[in-house]
Write a protein that binds this ligand. Structure first.
Ligand SMILES: NC(=O)c1ccc[n+]([C@@H]2O[C@H](COP(=O)([O-])OP(=O)(O)OC[C@H]3O[C@@H](n4cnc5c(N)ncnc54)[C@H](O)[C@@H]3O)[C@@H](O)[C@H]2O)c1
Length: 364
């Protein structure tokens, strides 16, 4: 049996409950402490989940804590990540990895220099839906992938989120918010990205929150909110992508891939299960049974902890998150410069999960 790893959570907002609850489902993690710049938020989660609320500095000074889980808002990810690395702790962050390429690079390089692990959400690609879709593509069921589509369209989060302003600030918008799910799933299936061309815009200068806790809050929009682009993968696949917070309704699929021998419908990469369907040549769509346990959020963190203990690579790696960040930022860069943007970083596809695992289980 592996030694439990003691974790500290920084950022006790909306998503933190999923991490506290997830940690109870595994015997490899123990959340020792939690912190937030808003001490009320930290106290609330500490009471609810029976851990210790501290200041950020106290948490970082605790030598028993080996890994910091960074659930702050996007703009704070790099600052908190670098502080955790400076305190000699492995770090796992919510997405996006960072909000600009320089801080993403600094995070990756600092972790490598200090021989510490850095990981980042999303881990939805370790769910049954995306793993099953990858297995179909790897087994050549659709032949050589040629093209595909990836669409995430909606009208933003100000109708439900208690603190929706960050979704319209630098590091927000549909690409930095939802792009990590879509692009990580695509890289997991197709491999690294070669270049990006895009046109991006925003339809509204201001959003007005209608969620209960933020009702009436006027939010300036400091990011693009409708991004249309093309990703060319190193393996030659061309993906058409729309990421939008400016569309009320639509009839577009999440992800579809088109190959030389057939097509595949890949389920919503913002979930762990879903329906995988394949149509070969001129045949009808057929449902493919999911071959893996569904899993849920923090499976990537469990994989990372097991990887650290067993000295093997972890799947939700900083290299993968950095490659995805570079591709996401390339959309606005391409639009501003009217150029294709070459993606400089390279990444190996994460190792697929083996079949036969149980829920919440990852191989050592
Ligand atoms: N809410 C969701 O459904 C959801 C889902 C998936 C991923 N995420 C991601 O999780 C992250 C957090 O989202 P959320 O919805 O929980 O946001 P939130 O605003 O509800 O919570 C963020 C918390 O971080 C704290 N914080 C901000 N800056 C800090 C700093 N410098 N030091 C310490 N604490 C700080 C805030 O006080 C707040 O309590 C984001 O990156 C988001 O993209 C959210």
């Amino acid at each position: 049996m592996l030694d439990k790893m003691k974790l500290g959570i920084i950022g006790c907002g909306n998503i933190s409950g999923a991490y506290f609850e997830g940690a109870r489902k595994t015997d490899v993690l123990e959340i020792k402490a939690c912190a937030d710049i808003n001490m009320d938020a930290a106290n609330k989660q500490a009471d609810r989940f029976d851990c210790h609320a501290t200041s950020v500095d106290q948490l970082l000074a605790d030598s028993e804590i080996e890994l910091v889980v960074n659930l702050t808002i996007p703009k704070a990810h790099a600052e908190i990540g670098l502080k955790a690395l400076a305190a000699n702790k492995h770090t796992y962050s919510e997405k996006p990895f960072a909000v600009d390429i320089d801080s993403g690079h600094k995070l990756k390089e600092t972790a490598a220099r200090q021989n510490l692990r850095i990981g980042c959400a999303p881990d939805t690609f370790l769910g049954a839906g995306i793993q099953t879709a990858r297995k179909q593509v790897d087994s050549n069921v659709i032949g050589q992938p040629i093209a595909g589509s990836a669409f995430m369209c909606g009208h933003g989060h100000e109708n439900w989120h208690s603190n929706p302003a960050f979704y319209y600030d630098i590091g927000g918008g549909p690409m930095m918010d939802m792009g990590p799910y879509y692009i990580t799933a695509l890289v997991n299936i197709l491999g690294p990205i070669k270049r990006v061309a895009a046109v991006t815009t925003k339809a509204f200068e201001e959003r007005i929150a209608t969620s209960e806790k933020a009702y009436g809050l006027r939010i300036p929009v400091n990011t693009t909110t409708h991004l249309t682009g093309i990703l060319e993968f190193v393996n030659g696949t061309i993906i058409t992508m729309i990421m939008s917070f400016d569309m009320w309704s639509h009839g577009l699929p999440c992800i579809e891939l088109y190959g030389t021998d057939g097509s595949i419908k890949v389920p919503d990469p913002n979930g762990f299960g879903g329906s995988v369907q394949v149509a070969q040549a001129r045949g009808d769509w057929a449902e493919i049974p999911l071959e893996f346990p569904q899993n849920a959020r923090i499976i990537g963190l469990i994989d990372m902890v097991r990887a650290i203990r067993n000295d093997r690579p972890h799947r939700v790696s900083g290299d993968l998150a950095y490659h995805v960040l570079e591709a996401m930022l390339a959309f606005d860069k391409s639009s501003q410069t009217a150029q294709h943007i070459r993606i400089e970083s390279n990444v190996e596809r994460p190792i697929p999960l083996p079949v036969g695992l149980k829920e919440w289980e990852v191989e050592d």
